[in-house]
Design a protein around this ligand. Sequence first.
Ligand code: NOJ
Length: 761
Amino acid sequence: MIFNSVNKVVLSVSLLSGLLWQASAATISDRSAFVDSLIGCMTLEEKLGQLNLPAGHDIVTGNVQNGDTKEMIRRGQVGGVFNIKGVGKVKELQRIAVEESRLGIPLLVGADVIHGYETIFPIPLALSCSWDTTLVENVARISAIEAAAGGVNWTFSPMVDIAHDARWGRIAEGNGEDPYLGSLMAKAYVRGYQGGALDNPENIMACVKHFACYGATESGRDYNVVDMSRWNMFNAYFAPYKAAVDAGVGSLMPSFNIIDGVPATGNRWLLTDVLRNRWGFKGLIVTDYYSIGEMNALGIGPRRTGAVLALRAGVDMDMVSHAYLERLKGALEDGEVTMDMIDNAVRRILNAKVSLGLFEDPYSRCDVSDASSGKLFSAEHRKVARDVAAKTFVLMKNDNSLLPLKKNAKIALVGPMAHARNQMAGTWSFTSSTKDRHRSVLDGLRDAATDSNLIVYAQGCNIYFDEKKQNAVCKGLIPRGDDKAMLADALAAAADADVIVACLGESADMSGESACRTDLNMPDAQKQLLEAMVATGKPVVLLLFGGRPVSLCWEKEYVPAILNVWYGGSEAGDAIADVLYGDKAPQGRLTTTFPRTVGQMPLYYNHLPTSRPDPEDDVFNLYQSNWIDERTSPLYPFGYGLTYTTFSYDPVKLSSDKMPKGGAIEATVKVTNTGKRGGTEVVQLYLRDRYASFCRPVQELKHFSRVTLKPGESRDVTFLLTEEDLKFYNADLEYVYEPGEFQLMIGPDCQRVETLTFTAE
Ligand code: NOJ
């Protein structure tokens, strides 16, 4: 329907009454006319107000410009709010916007809902280890339902930055190092959050971040320099952002780093040429926090310069810097920006609000009734979280089938993470108000064991010997004790036990934003406890907590069983008990390479070839690409993970060793469960373009299949390969494939593969 004069009358009448949103339901059938007409009614100040996203006060993560948010909303100076916890608080701000501002335009309500809202799921890096997109979509769905019940209509997720460097704390927030898997996960998150139609009040708008290449930060230090070729961006880093765009993500957040010498937030090539023009992104772009202001530190200029650059680049909304609000008027008067640019940004924000159904009902996600709050941390959601968590754990080692344990075994449960309910959620979980009810390992084991007295607990050690170092990462949330006395308690618990379960690793704040490390070894005090436990001669299970790949050389050699449980979320303790006791089998596979030492960083499986590849034959090879003092291979490769059974692979069969132009070939492998328990295998297919006019990676994941098999059961797994799988970006950034020889590799991880060759015509 064309937005006709009747609608305009409705619009102006409603404007006069100050209740735009109530009248507009009838007028929104032609969205663009509605939005244009509304823009036509706005003053410059009101337009700039729509572009402004002031700081939320429930969590502050950097520099912000402050103001009285309520008063600013009343004056039409605010387009949205974020990181405000509690539906009551949100509803009041929404009320002020729609009832007390001149135009009554409702607010976007954003939040960092990264892996759950009240019910907390495992951290994203852990979720990616499920290799299960349905699971991830469901996690995002439940997160959306809960967030919407809390008044939120917009989440700053998914984070899809490819990361090659475990020192970087934010590796915890993404899907690891692989662009193909990362793209599938990006789409799954978007589907889960946004559902079918954004105006369904249980759906929320997603925001893909951080565009682009934030994960390539030099030396793994947060907010540091990124510098790479466009060719590498397109081939190795861009795919997951593009996948989110293809899935219809409603918004995008540029990264803090520079791209080609220009801050991403002010980079027109990135945000307009690539994102909007090449990829067809129509949604809104919001800055990451104070990025406009941070262009000062980057040597570009003060807030006004940053605001001009950002608007010209295509950024619509300014988070926390007030630069659009306070500086664009002057820039407009001086001709540095145009009214068209401002209107376009306003249009995208209003479009998002229309899509979310906010003009029809701004309170649709502000239901303060018990029915709505019953959706939060519900028994149903917690059950899903428990199932999900168990699927993300990665079994790294299990000598002599030490795991699973018997439910009547006497267990010495030691380590600072053994009974730390407030740590289970991991990074980005400020929306959770239930951390005291999260399930610790002690809770889980005591409930699951045949007799709760079989579990004898001792914290055993501090996180670090150094109190200051510990408090910096624990904020006092993990109690400190006397090192010697704690160790003595742990030894006493172990003396009488059949098995020791040591819960060690990183505390929750040791990964995530602003949590980078130069040392990837087990923190000192915990290492001492582990050594003491191993020295008892009792079997030891290491439950490894953390948000990044770490170095486990000593542990791999001396500890018989290692289960990497990341941060499993609110139900971690029960999920861990499910797996430790064998009610469920571990099935996670690594999505990041685990190094031998921090000195190998950055380390990733899908690297370009070197001219002198090291033969990895246990000796140091002079004049090869290697190190004198360490092997080049990782400790645990990408794709790795054990379960409680074993699988065998028959030889791979190719339907043909020639892929005709425009055609396809099939690769089939028979996989058999050769053990005594059921289990899930992730069958992985990698390709290498053997000779090409550009150097191609030594391996790239192209397909995978999760197969669950009973003992003795076999299944044929077939992968279809087409030209699409062979393509890459050339120097002109065209997406092409070149005929020639390809290697195809199939196996349970990127190293244990059978390799065949075929030719593409
Ligand atoms: C900064 C972080 O980089 C980003 O991921 C987050 O969404 C914003 N702050 C808002 O909290």
